[in-house]
Design a protein around this ligand. Structure first.
Ligand code: DQQ
Length: 589
């Protein structure tokens, strides 16, 4: 159960290299001057958020999520499956725990859970990416070749699109990458701000046999996905229109576009179109630092996409994850026929904290994405089943009564590496009917905000005296038209005593159908909690920094803050093993 950890901290965080970092007078979040705001909250602060000890920092490292051995990481890049290995590339600063000097880190796994770190895949060593090897995507061609398209930032801060490919396709580890010598292959078109033109998607084949891909940009405040066509990946033509644009949404980063099957849970290869297929369009909104998506119909002839519900269009409707989550990207896993989603969990402590602890950011556990054919209006995200191989001993609790206004301790051996499944039932079916309309709530409020039917849920990473805790909960409300709305929320406001950590209540609505119980699954891994409601209709990733509820002092509780109803909860809780995440033994090859 000992987490795979590495100690990268200076002996005294207050006197480590963090001190020189505070000289930055601009107080801008790192990356903004280059056109990307890598860490939006909190902005650069010139002090630690707490008097952290080495033991506290050490506890914050995850045990079964992917994170580099040290330094800064952001977006997942170019995920793919090749010759028995899953490859993950990622935005990485090899020199520091804050954004900058962006290169592509590289890791491989047989099962998406245990990882080997590999040498850097691409570093900013050419004029066309001297300012950074930014985000990009992989396309597997039918003849077996692999195409990697990525954004290069130049020294003049111009964002251009570059082509790279593996030097040796017979190497399953894809260790060496060749940058096409005639890069860039796409430059910012007239009318587009050259500092707002980035993150090429995986390409797909259109009906005329040419490949298409998207690049995110904005015009004034309208976020959009531009389309480019190519037959050879070295020369491209801009399509006359855009795939889609939404007023008022600002810059679209890390656009993702993929088909989902409406009548099966099989994942679809990116080029699939036709009956029984809808298309998901996702954009990472630079202004909000949130990943929005919508489901719609793609017309491959006009190369346009139309949302099923214009009122829930990209950037104004559903979020991929309502928590601390950004720059997500999917890939089609041809090995198992799944569409798999990666997402970046950013920090909410100060840059000073990150420099002192020597690392920043984690990737989520990869999630399988399917269309929710029960609601017909959202995707489902669910942790890949491989994570269940880490499950150790299980504790089961049946029908635990949690009375209105009470907290119930769950007696488990340790509460810092867990996989939790819980079903809640409300006692008395009339309670839902009796709910007053005046209790209508439309946004997640803190877990202390009581009403007739909630909130109820779990207190995670809580100390015995409940001085620190992260509640994950449902809150049911009746809207003015009489219909019930359930919110799924994560309240980080009391998650830590560290005053300068950015804390807020996260969450959004989750559809709960008439015959359904209220269900959630939580993956707890030290300072990360990934929470999935109703089979993954609504997901919240929490990044928390307890100061007391750590190691053996971290506990798990049920709570019911409703004023009007009791709930019963049935749970299965597994202790989770640590994943094996280490450098690849290349010298033994
Ligand atoms: N991160 C990359 C950009 C992308 C941003 C730079 C999103 O390509 O737009 O590190 O986090």
């Amino acid at each position: 159960m000992t987490p795979a950890k590495n100690d990268h901290r200076g002996s005294d965080p207050l006197t480590s290299k963090a001190t020189s970092f505070s000289e930055d007078a601009g107080r801008l979040p790192t990356g903004v001057s280059q056109g990307v705001s890598a860490k939006s909250y909190p902005s650069v602060r010139d002090r630690l958020s707490y008097n952290w000890t080495n033991a506290m920092f050490s506890w914050q490292r995850t045990a079964y999520h992917f994170q580099p051995e040290k330094n800064w990481m952001n977006d997942p890049d170019g995920p793919l499956y090749y010759m028995g290995w899953y490859h993950l590339f990622y935005q990485y600063n090899p020199d520091s725990a804050v954004w900058g000097n962006i290169t592509w880190g590289h890791a491989v796994s047989r099962d998406l859970i245990h990882w080997f770190y590999l040498p850097l895949a691409m570093v900013p060593d050419r004029w066309f990416d001297a300012g950074g090897v930014w985000t990009g995507s992989a396309t597997l061609l039918p003849d077996g070749r692999i195409v990697m398209l990525y954004t290069g930032d130049t020294e003049e801060s111009i964002q251009i699109q570059n082509l790279a490919y593996p030097a040796n396709l017979s190497d399953p580890l894809l260790l060496e990458w060749v940058k096409y010598p005639d890069n860039p292959v796409i430059v910012p078109p007239a009318g587009i701000d050259p500092e707002e033109f980035r993150d090429p998607t995986t390409a797909w084949i259109g009906p005329n046999g040419t490949w298409r891909l998207l690049i995110g940009t904005k015009v004034n405040d309208t976020g959009m996905a531009l389309i480019y066509e190519t037959t050879n990946f070295t020369t491209y033509e801009a399509a006359p229109g855009v795939l889609h644009a939404v007023n008022g949404t600002g810059m679209w980063e890390c656009v993702d576009f993929y088909p989902v099957s409406t009548n099966s849970s099989e994942g679809l290869e990116t080029s699939v179109v036709g009956p029984g297929v809808k298309h998901v369009l996702k954009a990472s909104l630079d202004d909000l630092k949130m990943d929005y998506y919508a489901i719609g119909t793609y017309d491959p002839v006009s190369d346009t996409w139309t949302p099923d519900d214009p009122e829930a269009d990209v950037g104004i409707g559903l979020l991929v994850d309502y928590g601390r989550y950004y720059a997500s990207k999917t890939f089609f896993d041809q090995n198992t026929g799944r569409r798999i989603l990666w997402g970046w969990i950013n920090e909410t402590d100060t840059d000073y904290d990150d420099l002192a602890k020597g690392w920043a950011s984690v990737q989520t556990i990869p999630r399988v994405v399917t269309f929710d054919n029960k609601t017909g209006s959202n995707i489902l995200e669910w942790p890949v089943e491989e994570v269940e191989k880490l499950r150790l001993n299980r504790t089961k609790f049946d029908d635990v009564l949690v009375e209105a206004g009470s907290v119930v301790a769950l007696n488990i051996s340790s509460a810092m590496q867990l996989d939790i499944s819980v079903e809640f039932e409300i006692e008395g079916s009339d309670a839902l009917e009796a709910l007053e309309e005046s209790e209508a709530i439309i946004e997640c409020a803190t877990a202390q905000n009581r009403s007739t039917l909630g909130p109820f849920g779990l207190l995670v990473l809580a100390d015995e005296s409940l001085s620190e805790l992260t509640p994950i909960y449902f809150h049911i409300a009746k809207s003015t038209n009489g219909s019930l709305t359930t919110l799924f929320c994560a309240d980080e406001t009391r998650s830590t005593k560290a005053s300068e950590v950015f804390k807020k209540v996260y969450g959004g609505p989750v559809p709960v159908l008439d015959d359904e119980k209220f269900t959630m699954r939580l993956l707890v891994d030290h300072s990360i909690i990934e929470s999935f409601a109703q089979g993954g209709r609504t997901v919240i990733t929490s990044r928390v920094y307890p100061t007391e509820a750590i190691y053996g002092a971290a506990k798990l509780f049920l709570f019911n803050n409703a004023t009007g109803v009791n709930v019963t909860a049935s749970l299965e809780i597994w202790q989770m093993n640590s994943a094996f995440i280490h450098p690849f033994p290349l010298d033994e090859m």
